[in-house]
Write a protein that binds this ligand. Structure first.
Ligand SMILES: [Zn+2]
Length: 687
């Protein structure tokens, strides 16, 4: 017997793509309620005494039920991230503890653990494919990490911790979102000198919408950054900077203060680690990752810091000397750094980001990106026409087809910044590739979300070169998810890939934005329609590693801080956290920000985004991606042969084997750090 799901609820229809437009907050509880019950029933059935410990009797039915639950909850989570409203938020929050509780219970279920163990020990195990054996092995490891071996009070305490942590992460994230939205600057003409025209127009339209004169600036990145980088009016830069770096801290609006939230999150993670028999949370975090120990990671980061520091110091000395001599500023404040750096960049390289942006018209960038993907992987990308039932009118849907015309997957593209949408850019999966036992193949579907400035004045949106790299980055994740050829859902696409290797495909894609062969197809001047001239590209190349030493140290500082917060934080208090932030900064950074800087209070990656003791992954994977990309450099960046080899060795296999094995299959050897340093201009000759 299977439970009937509500038939008039869009969250319970799994035959087609989700009907995002039809989902209302009132659908959430009944749908999730029914799906949790269905999953519970499947769990009961597969753990019953009479059920034999086989793949088809245990793994498959449970995957079916939990996949539906995961997919529906994924839709709700996605809407919560891109179309936040008070009603949706409260429906999401009301359901969050129950969903979390179910996953926790599933991960700790003794009956299920017994079945997986029995399957592992059975004669049938050796008859399973290597991929399925790996899935079982990892499931057993995850049971252990989910507290399934715990008993008595430790067991219930563990469950309590999980529930509390889920709620705290949501609070952290809401505080950042609300604090970002809460600070608004309405300014007159006199404060807007040198702010780029498109940013100004957006600011003017935003003020008009509020019925105010002048311009409205906010802490959303596309509004904030142009002011910091270009605005001549120093007091406005200072006001925005202060508001930005004190977001969600004890120095901002108390109702959004994350200080105590962070302390509690870190204390609970530490307690969780001890319950599981580890010395700290960093150790737990690394068990399923490519890196072996916290010490290995910290050694890697400190090594990278020592190689980057001379370059960072020289970057800073150059900037200070320039500010003193050319800008008449003896003292550079934090809110002057981006502005002075932009002046220095223009003076040294005669390169203005504004000039560059005129060429990156969004439709051309998208067309150029698609061309790269089609050339390398022999696929076709086609826009889906008609009603796609998306969550906003700006969203588009595309289909990936193989050379033979077969559908390989679909992706939604949601490009523009708007209120109620979480900042940043990310790829998420709607569903994953899966060959079910009945022989039907489910193709993967992804969402790709960015926060680019919207088109204004009837002209296409203009991107910075950084934006273009962000877009390529997210497509790297998307391709990893969509070009997979793995049939088992647990390890198809990005599922089951080690966290610290998951950024390899994304970061690899960024490199294409630096190839002339690619770039000339990405550009078309907004007014003249001309592609970017080679001379301008050469200037961009010359400026490419501008301040790369400082930027590397900044990433190392965040990564090491994350590791240390989860490894050797002496006291779990706001003061303890702040002291470690300071100490870490003194060890790593060459540029000391003002004492009121509380960036850690909006460090969502580690407090709300799953990167806890894992932020180093970006740099770690960059070593892998730079080294892998070197093969594209050696054999031609748009070589279909290298594209095919990369697809086969890395993209297609997903999490079905260790990332190091996939890397070696593509590169023919162990990874080396040299390409990363060379790409960043941090080699002895460059000094
Ligand atoms: Zn990424």
């Amino acid at each position: 017997m299977t439970l009937a799901l509500p038939t008039d609820n869009p969250l319970c229809d799994f035959n087609a793509l989700p009907d995002y437009a039809a989902v209302k907050p009132e659908h959430i509880e009944p749908a999730l309620d029914a799906l949790i019950r269905a999953a519970e029933q499947a769990l009961e059935q597969v753990t019953a005494e009479a059920t034999p410990p086989t793949w088809s009797a245990v793994v498959e039915p449970l995957e079916r039920a939990t996949e539906h639950l995961g997919r529906a909850w994924g839709v709700v989570g996605h809407l919560n991230a891109v179309a936040d409203t008070p009603a949706l938020r409260s429906a999401y929050n009301a359901m969050l503890p129950r969903v979390t509780e179910f996953w926790t219970r599933l991960g700790q279920n003794e009956g299920l653990l017994r079945q997986y163990q029995a399957l592992h020990d059975s004669a049938g195990f050796s008859g399973l494919s290597a991929t399925r054996q790996r899935i079982i092995d990892h499931a057993l490891r995850d049971f252990r990490l989910s507290g399934a071996l715990l008993e008595g009070p430790a067991r219930s305490r563990y469950a309590e911790i999980q529930e509390r942590l889920a709620a705290l992460s949501q609070t952290f994230s809401e505080h950042v979102l609300d604090a970002t939205a809460a600070h608004v600057e309405y300014v007159g003409e006199e404060e807007t000198a040198s702010i780029p025209a498109d940013a100004l127009q957006t600011a003017r339209e935003a003020a008009e919408r509020d019925g105010k004169p002048g311009y409205k600036f906010t802490l959303h990145y596309p509004s904030y950054m142009p002011v910091l980088q270009h605005g001549e009016h120093r007091p406005l830069r200072e006001r925005l900077y202060r508001a930005y770096v004190t977001r969600a801290s004890e120095l901002g609006d108390p109702q959004y203060d994350n200080s105590a939230v962070m302390a509690e999150i870190l204390a609970l993670r530490d307690e969780e680690a001890r319950l599981l028999g580890y010395a700290n949370y960093a150790e737990v975090s690394l068990v399923p990752k490519m890196a072996d120990t916290p010490e290995q990671v910290m050694h890697f980061l400190r090594d990278l810091a020592s190689r980057a520091r001379p370059f960072a110091q020289s970057d800073l000395d150059t900037l200070r000397a320039f500010a003193k001599d050319k800008l008449g500023m003896a003292q550079l404040e934090a809110w002057d750094i981006a502005w002075a750096s932009e002046k220095l960049r223009q003076s040294h390289y005669a390169l203005s980001e504004q000039e560059v942006r005129q060429y990156f018209t969004l439709p051309t960038v998208i067309a150029g990106l698609f061309r790269v993907i089609e050339t390398l992987f022999g696929v076709k990308l086609r826009k889906v026409k008609g009603d796609i039932h998306a969550w906003h009118a700006d969203v588009e849907l595309y289909e990936i087809e193989s050379a033979g015309g077969q559908s390989m997957g679909l992706f939604y593209l949601d490009l523009y910044v708007r209120d109620g949408k979480r900042s940043g850019a990310w790829m998420d999966h709607v569903r994953s590739r899966w060959l079910r036992c009945d022989g039907t193949l489910q193709t993967p579907v992804a969402t790709l979300t960015c926060n680019f400035p919207s088109p204004v004045g009837g002209k296409p949106a203009l991107l910075s070169h950084d934006d273009v790299q962000t877009l390529f980055h997210e497509f790297g994740h998307g391709l990893h998810h969509m070009l997979t050829q793995v049939d088992d859902i647990a390890v198809s696409g990005i599922s089951g890939v080690e966290w610290d290797a998951v950024e390899l495909p994304s970061q690899l894609m960024e490199n294409f934005c630096w190839e002339w062969e690619v770039l000339r197809f990405l550009t078309r001047h907004v007014d003249s329609g001309e592609p970017m001239p080679r001379a301008l590209f050469d200037k961009m190349l010359a400026a490419k590693n501008f301040q790369s030493g400082m930027q590397t140290l900044r990433q190392v500082e965040f990564s090491l801080l994350d590791m240390r917060l989860h490894h050797d934080l002496p006291t779990f208090t706001p003061a303890g956290i702040e002291a470690l932030v300071e100490e870490n900064r003194r060890e790593v950074a060459v540029l000391q920000p003002p004492a009121f800087n509380r960036f850690v209070c909006s460090f969502s990656h580690i407090f709300a985004g799953g990167y806890a003791a894992g932020y180093y992954s970006y740099k770690w994977a960059e070593v892998l991606s730079a080294d892998a990309y070197e093969r594209f450099e050696e054999e031609g960046p748009l070589s279909p042969a290298v594209g095919k080899s990369y697809h086969q060795a890395i993209l297609s296999v997903g999490g079905s084997r260790d990332a190091i094995d996939s890397f070696k299959a593509f590169r023919g050897r162990e990874p080396r750090i040299d390409a990363l340093l060379r790409h960043g201009g941090m080699t002895a000759q460059a000094a």
